[in-house]
Design a protein around this ligand. Structure first.
Ligand SMILES: Cc1ncc(COP(=O)(O)O)c(C=O)c1O
Length: 388
């Protein structure tokens, strides 16, 4: 049989982390003991209260049925969390939509907004799903350069007028992956101004808003004037509560956009497992001290990574949030060449910045989601890396 796939899938690049995982397996097959500092997938455990809640909620027979639009108690818990954390008031039914992990909603939102030929504006460097979601639908991607001299934030005035006129969505992501940039209220305000002036939906991905260091805490874009007219904010339990495998998140904001995502989803999925949403409620109701203690562990790792990299003459940016340390490559090497050197010579896998867009090619990313023991072993290898 001659299987013929759709053009859109043939044009799709393999997912960045699938490629890196393949590289790791190939090296391991050659006998190299690889330590991966690649993907941002927390090694630390999900809180006990959450696991216990799942176990008891799984015993409830009504939870075994379809849960299309999500438990109203989960929506309510999200709304209370927003009020407490950001002082933002959201209607649980109309301004919040639960997601099966935020990646699901990020990839599906263009189905509601983008016609073939419309532009989606994405940050470069940026999380690859923003552009892939658009490309799958025949949308055009405009790469918006994040400027290192602006703390890896965009200059919205450089977006060409013809792109702005045909754009439906613009993505921002603070705290940022991969650059770990904190962002600022100024960026949120400028994004909202751009959205309102050009009838573009501003999508803020807040997956890392709770992974913060040195006592810093970001605000929500929904705190800002005009946001309810043009913004949607994505959150995830994945990084906030070490729950990547559970697949739970939500989007919140503009009523029409929330309704549109819900309409798309009602046609292609049937909601998350209700017992997982019950566990999600337990997570959202945890005391802040749990997050603080977890962030302290990550902050400690951040400090170790920064000091090891400095000891070999590299100059990482010290992040105040996210799971990553973003560092310029040694001079003369692009990110693929430096990442290749690390895996070939010392068996350490890092993510080359080019995987997030051409504007990331000068940097590489280290993830803080490896146990302290393995992280220290990887850093020892990096410290001993022979100089060129
Ligand atoms: C910026 C960003 N947004 C969203 C996600 C997806 O998270 P989730 O597990 O909620 O799908 C990730 C995962 O790495 C991410 O880095």
């Amino acid at each position: 049989m001659n299987l013929k796939f759709a053009k859109r899938i043939e044009e799709l690049p393999p997912y960045l982390f699938a490629r890196l995982d393949k590289l790791r397996r190939e090296k391991e097959a050659e006998g190299v003991d690889v330590i991966s500092l690649g993907i941002g997938d927390p090694d630390l455990p999900t809180p006990n209260e959450v696991i216990e809640k799942l176990a008891s909620a799984a015993q409830i027979p009504s939870h075994h049925r379809y849960n299309d639009s999500g438990l109203s108690s989960f929506r309510q818990a999200i709304s209370e969390w927003y009020k407490e954390r950001f002082e933002v008031v959201l209607d649980p039914q109309d301004e919040i939509v639960p997601l099966i992990g935020s990646k699901e909603g990020i990839a599906h939102l263009p189905l509601a907004l983008v016609n073939p030929g419309d532009y989606v504006i994405v940050p470069d460097p940026g999380y690859p799903v923003y552009s892939i979601g658009a490309q799958l639908l025949g949308g055009k991607v405009h790469s918006m350069q994040l400027r290192p001299d602006y703390g890896w934030t965009p200059d919205f005035s450089t977006i060409p007028q013809e792109v702005a006129a045909k754009a439906k969505m613009l993505w921002i992501n603070y705290p940022n992956n991969p650059t770990a940039a904190a962002g600022s209220d100024r960026v949120f305000e400028q994004a909202i101004e751009f959205g309102l002036n050009n009838d573009v939906v501003i999508c803020q991905d807040a997956a890392y808003s709770e992974v913060t260091f040195d006592g810093w805490r970001p605000s929500s874009i929904l705190n800002h004037k005009g946001a309810q007219d043009c913004c949607i904010e994505f959150h995830s339990l994945s990084k906030t509560y070490n729950m990547t495998g559970w697949r739970l998140g939500w989007a919140a904001g503009n009523v029409s956009v929330v309704e549109a995502i819900a309409r798309v989803k009602s046609n292609i999925d049937s909601g998350a497992f209700a017992a997982i949403e019950e566990a999600g409620i337990a997570a959202l109701q945890l005391d802040d001290s749990w997050i603080l203690a977890r962030n302290n562990i990550l902050q400690n790792r951040r400090d170790k990574v920064v000091s090891a990299l400095r000891s070999i003459g590299l100059n990482p940016e010290v992040p105040s949030a996210s799971l990553y340390v973003w560092t310029p490559c040694p001079s003369g090497l692009d990110s693929s060449a430096f990442a290749a050197r690390l895996i070939e010579e010392i068996g350490v896998l890092v993510t080359p910045g080019i995987g997030f867009g051409s504007n990331g090619d000068s940097h590489f990313r280290i993830s803080l989601t490896t146990s302290d023991e393995l992280l220290e072993a990887a850093l020892d290898r990096i410290i001993d890396l022979p100089s060129q």
